[in-house]
Design a protein around this ligand. Structure first.
Ligand code: ADP
Length: 519
């Protein structure tokens, strides 16, 4: 049986796919039943040998050997069928034999054909065993053999393995068989085989003895049937309850998951709406603001007539505010584009080294203004990547712009690219003000602006960087203070791009570098 592979597990634990735990347990126990019969056969042989050789009880061993051989033979048959039973539901178990019995005892139909067959098999086993044991008794003294009480094991097995009514049927069948045996011997229809040297001869014809053994046997069998079935019935009930509770729990969890799934879908739908709205609103705001900005520039340039100092000051302030608003709009547009999956259409062969150099160029003027030393460390012959050059340049520029923004004059900012465990690693280090512990968990959130709010910004820079890196399958994180700064200042931003973006065997040549420069 398949269950043999799980020898150390209890029958209930050896779950057979497609069956309930109760059904699996039954199938496994039928297998145990088959194995137990081997033990019984060996037990009979040993007991017979001890009786004849040690206790010098005289009876013929030949019929015993024959009965044991027959038992062994039909046990092989059951073993074969038990294996077959596990392999597929439509086995060759003689269901026709036992279905009428099931109907007669009004035992409910099993939940699966396989379990129906397992039960049928169990019923046949018990009946065949009863018959074999009765024949064995006949050749070993009949009612004079005290082992007659071993019928109780059949009743116990039936009570544990099968329907509770089968246990009572087994007890009744055993008593009927004993009555038949005793009756046939009593009336000398069949010969009595005496246990010479053990029991007083002729006990099988002693009315009082026969009646007392029969009463003792009957009470013993029925009492055992009652005790075993009530205990195993209770256990089965509990098992069913546990399974039911498990299924209920599972159903509740499934329902919760479905609800959560619907909520997520709704949220996703809402997010898409918001992004569409954001894209349209930002786009529509950008054009008039840009127009206003160019008019202001014209006015500030003196093309529309002389301005008073006050007017100039007001227009300059307006221009600064408009530039800030245009920055915000451009960030919002970027977010909606990245979220909308635009990066996919931007993927190209690109040289990250060149992209990094260009990003550094974007912030060089601001760095110079603050006398910040800007260092770029890019290894030669970096492999080409399949990625969005435009977005990666934007990401590195954002990180560098922050580094410059949050580093005081005469500080240092370093951009470094290296290979790490098959990934490409980009680091931006500074010697600036660093990031406080309370800001650290939030810096990648939309609109989050930590610490020094005096500085200009939208709070969207890092969230754009994070989106860009994650859209490429990479990771980004920050450390503060910068672990490489001896004075414990500044911060360090690291992002990795997966090695899967590398175009195998292609190094960035001049042509690719020039192409990336255009991005
Ligand atoms: P913004 O720079 O527009 O405020 P970001 O999303 O780029 O928005 O950054 C979010 C916050 O993270 C910043 O307000 C700042 O507090 C912190 N931060 C980012 N980069 C640095 C850095 N290099 N040094 C110190 N703080 C930083």
């Amino acid at each position: 049986m398949a269950a043999e592979s799980g020898e150390r597990l209890s029958p209930a634990e050896r779950q057979i796919p497609g069956l309930t735990p109760e059904e699996s347990a039954l199938v496994v126990r039928i297998g145990v039943f088959v194995k137990m019969r081997w033990v019984a056969i060996i037990g009979v042989l040993i007991a017979s040998l001890i009786a004849t050789q040690v206790f010098h009880i005289r009876f013929s061993l030949v019929p015993i050997y024959i009965i044991c051989a027959v038992m062994g033979l039909y046990n092989f048959l059951f073993l074969y069928q038990a294996r077959h039973l596990n392999a597929e539901a439509d086995g060759s178990v003689p269901v026709t034999l036992t279905v009428p019995l099931r109907r007669m005892l009004t035992i409910p139909r099993a939940t699966s054909p396989l379990i129906e067959k397992a039960r049928a098999m169990g019923n046949v086993h018990i009946m065949v065993d009863l018959a074999a044991f009765t024949v064995l008794l006949h050749f070993t003294g009949g009612i004079e053999n005290p082992f007659i009480f071993y019928f109780v094991f059949h009743v116990i097995l039936a009570g544990i393995l099968l329907h509770y009514r089968v246990a009572y049927v087994t007890a009744t069948a055993a008593i009927v068989l004993v009555l038949l045996l005793v009756g046939l011997e009593y009336f000398r229809i069949i010969p009595h085989v005496p246990l010479e040297g053990f029991a007083t001869a002729g006990m099988y014809r002693e009315g009082a003895y026969i009646v007392s053994v029969l009463v003792a046997l009957s009470t013993c069998l029925y009492a055992s049937a009652y005790m075993v079935t009530s205990v195993s019935g209770e256990l089965r009930k509990r098992q069913r309850e546990v399974v039911m509770l498990q299924q209920q729990g599972l159903q509740e969890k499934t329902k919760e998951l479905e609800e959560a799934g619907r909520d997520v879908a709704k949220l996703e739908e809402g997010r898409k709406h918001l992004l569409r709205f954001l894209a349209i609103a930002s786009h529509d705001l950008k054009a008039p603001l840009s127009a206003v900005q160019s008019y202001i520039q014209l006015m500030l340039g003196g093309f529309t007539g002389q301005l008073t100092d006050k007017q100039k000051q007001m227009l300059e302030r307006s221009s600064t505010r408009i530039i800030e608003q245009l920055g915000l709009i451009s960030d919002l547009l970027d977010i909606s584009r990245i979220e909308g999956g635009q990066i996919v259409s931007e993927i190209e062969e690109m040289a990250l080294g060149q992209i990094a150099e260009d990003a550094a160029e974007n912030v060089r003027a601001q760095a110079k203004e603050k006398q910040i030393k800007l260092e770029v460390e890019v290894p030669r012959n970096l492999p080409l990547l399949k990625a969005s050059g435009v977005r990666l340049k934007q990401a590195i520029t954002n990180l560098l712009a922050n580094a410059v923004k949050f580093t005081p004059e005469k500080g240092e900012v370093k951009l470094r690219i290296s290979g790490r465990n098959n990934d490409i690693c980009t680091e931006v280090l500074d010697t600036g003000v660093g990031i406080s512990e309370e800001d650290m968990p939030h810096i990648f959130e939309d609109f989050y602006r930590g610490g020094d709010r005096e500085k200009t910004g939208t709070g969207l820079g890092l969230s754009i960087v994070k989106r860009v890196i994650e859209a490429h399958g990479g990771k980004i994180w920050a450390e503060s203070p910068n672990p490489e700064d001896k004075e414990g200042r500044g911060s360090k931003f690291t992002f990795t791009l997966p090695g899967s973006l590398i175009i195998a065997g292609k190094k960035a040549g001049k042509r690719e570098q020039a192409k990336s420069r255009k991005a």
